[in-house]
Design a protein. Sequence first.
Length: 379
Amino acid sequence: MGEGKREARDGGLFPVIRSLLGHTKVDINNLCPSQIDLALQSGLGPVLAHIAAPGHVIDSRVQAAIRAADLTARLLTAEKLDVLLEVLDAAQAAGCRPLLLKGISAALRYYPEPHMRTMGDIDLLVAFDQQRKFEDELRRRKFYQASHEPPAAFVDRHHSMPFWHRERPVCVEVHVKLHPRQYILASDPRFTFDAMESHLSPMLIQGRSATTMNHELHLVYTITRWAERLEYQRGVFPMLDVGQLLRDYGNIIDWSCVRRLVERSWAITALNLMLSFLSKYELVPVPSDVLQWLVRNDRYTNALSMGALHQLLWRYVILRKPFSDVLGTQNNMETIWSVLVRPSTPTRNLLRIPYSLAGSAYRTYVQRVREGGRSWRGW
């Protein structure tokens, strides 16, 4: 079988994801070279190292690349965890216990080893009335604030200007809200710090105190942040986070709690999108009654729009196909995604796509003209 057909059959990153979530080992030799390259480029090198079946002879260059990716991830993650300990020391001195968010929380709780979850910044959330004291304590230590954006850009933002460690290239974002103000759930009272208190649990990290979301809130938060926009480069990681959570804790998830968290909210659309995708491709089991409830209560998508969203996920996040130069630009695909998940009727969302694409094309054209391009050539 030719490489192109084999790659189409195996589905880009799909066999790597399926093996991780299924607790199965694979013969790396059965993956196409392009799939291995894709996994390495996507930050899944440590996952390849984890799922590789022992005893198989692997091409020395492939083995070296996987080992290098795994070692690099271990070193970078160790560096982030060392910085996290310093952050938690600062929090203790300030009298607060921050809530770990996103990648750092998922890495510590849901992966066989933390370095398998590639992450960028260290994201955490503190109560608004504790923010100033905590940030003052960070500044007194080895942290300083810097950004390419001016200070005014962070006024009323969901996090303050990023903090950087003076000795290590690690960024820390201190959040006071879960969702950016431009997204739908930013004003939902169910996702304020006070409202979440009953869904939080204490956590010790090498003797330092932190806080984590319970499985139900972590599930909802991860999926809703993921669904807000189409993430081509990093969109696979929240899917792995949720897959790992459901694989290991699905039997104890309180789905009635999940329903209460998302009831009559756009969050239902987000959960319907990811959980139906994971179930459709048999990556992790999702209770059928949960999927049925999500479909019945999702006011913003129907079978047609959900099918289109699944195709975008499959093509650009799982297969990682390149974007085209005309209709299938990254900007256009992100526009289609954002339109289809809007809090409006599915019919209106579908009809809005041509107008949104036209506006997107015009804005892109204006931007290219400003950057020095004077024609539509190369689109």
